[in-house]
Design a protein around this ligand. Structure first.
Ligand SMILES: Cc1ncc(COP(=O)(O)O)c(C=O)c1O
Length: 360
């Protein structure tokens, strides 16, 4: 097994200690956050909440009601948690999943979450040869085994593919024995955030995950959302741990859900910048960049013997740039890495660093 430097993106403390610099000297492309950053005014809004931050968290009814209105569901369907991570780890336990399936290549946390149940998940893996699209034969074979739990990210992190909506909707409807978890953590960074699974009517076998982390570039806030069918809400409520969302996170959530204009404007800017960076990366000869519907790209090194881990180390030491190594991701491997976009000038630095790598 090759070495694993980082389990997740964004570990700036560890990266800085490897690079022998301060975390603030690093430019972090290993994370996938809104390239426009957080809405202005968030920090000021939170400064007034420091007293509240030390109290017991409330049950967050105000924030749930607001989210329910925005997402056109009823408040009973909405759960708040410490990031979607809380739900990724708790949903399999709650469902007592025995035959789970992960649709990939995808986010690295699903498999460890399922292994905590003592079961080894099955994988339905799309391949590069088929443009990362699962064939109907693969779906048929995967569903023949009657999974009781199926999880996927949509858009898919890291590849930025969105499973065809009618296909997934049909699978959810025609396999009531399978509990589908559609992780929409990255949806607000996608070209088309409206292409989502907030279905009406809501199927009993569907859970949708949403997060504030990426949409508003606030991963340290730890604020995630789970949406369930109302009939299942009572059962999940008794299962969930209390107090996982701090009063500060709740206050931030309320502030952020009022920043609709900022969000729409940031999405328009992100789409343009994404196209620009794609053209730049696509012009590289020793790397292959895969088209993506969100503000991150999976890149493959084409030179024989290329190692994403080695490139990560080199860029970290020489350029103080951090990328995400995908060598441990099932269905990807040692030649793949991901870059999450940042501001235009920072993206230019990344492109320049990769050009230098090509020339070297
Ligand atoms: C697909 C996906 N799901 C979930 C998460 C975890 O998000 P959160 O910060 O809400 O726990 C991430 C974070 O990288 C992600 O990419």
């Amino acid at each position: 097994m090759s070495e694993v430097l980082f389990e997740h993106g964004g570990d700036l403390e560890k990266a800085a200690s490897l690079a022998g610099c301060s975390p603030k000297d690093l430019t972090d492309f290993s994370n996938l956050l809104n390239p426009c950053g957080s809405p202005p005014g968030l920090e000021d809004a939170l400064k007034g909440q420091v007293g509240v931050a030390l109290l017991h968290p409330s049950s967050g009814e105000g924030l749930k009601a607001r989210l329910a209105r925005q997402m056109k569901v009823i408040p009973q369907q909405v759960f708040l948690g410490g990031g979607t991570t809380e739900f990724i780890h708790f949903l399999p336990l709650w469902r007592k999943s025995q035959r789970p399936v992960i649709v990939g290549p995808t986010y690295g946390d699903y498999a460890p979450a399922l292994r905590r149940m003592g079961v080894e998940p099955k994988w339905l893996l799309a391949t590069e040869e088929k443009d990362w699209v699962l064939s109907s034969q693969q779906w048929e074979e995967g569903m023949k085994e009657k999974p009781d739990f199926l999880i996927l990210s949509r858009p898919n992190n890291p590849l930025g593919q969105s499973l065809y909506h009618p296909l997934l909707k049909d699978l959810i409807q025609s396999h009531p024995q399978t509990f589908f978890v559609v992780d929409e953590t990255c949806i607000e960074l996608a070209d088309d955030p409206i292409d989502n699974f907030l279905l009406d009517p809501w199927p009993r076998n569907l859970a949708v995950l949403r997060s504030f982390s990426k949409t508003y570039a606030v991963p340290g806030l730890r604020l995630g959302i789970l949406l369930l069918h109302p009939d299942l809400a009572g059962s999940f409520r008794t299962f969930q741990m209390p107090w996982t969302v701090s009063p500060l996170a709740q206050a931030a959530g309320l502030y952020l859900t009022h920043q609709e204009t900022w969000l729409t404007e940031s999405q328009a800017k992100n789409r343009m910048e994404k196209e620009r960076v794609f053209m730049e990366l696509n012009a590289l000869k020793k790397f292959k960049v895969f088209p993506s519907c969100m503000t991150a790209f999976t890149v493959k090194g084409l030179v024989p013997g290329f190692s994403a881990t080695a490139l990560l180390k080199k860029l970290l030491m020489n350029e103080k740039i951090l990328i995400r190594d995908l060598s441990q991701h099932p269905g990807l491997g040692p030649v793949f890495f991901r870059v999450g976009l940042r501001t235009p000038s920072e993206n230019d630095r990344l492109v320049a660093a990769l050009k230098k790598e090509e020339a070297g």
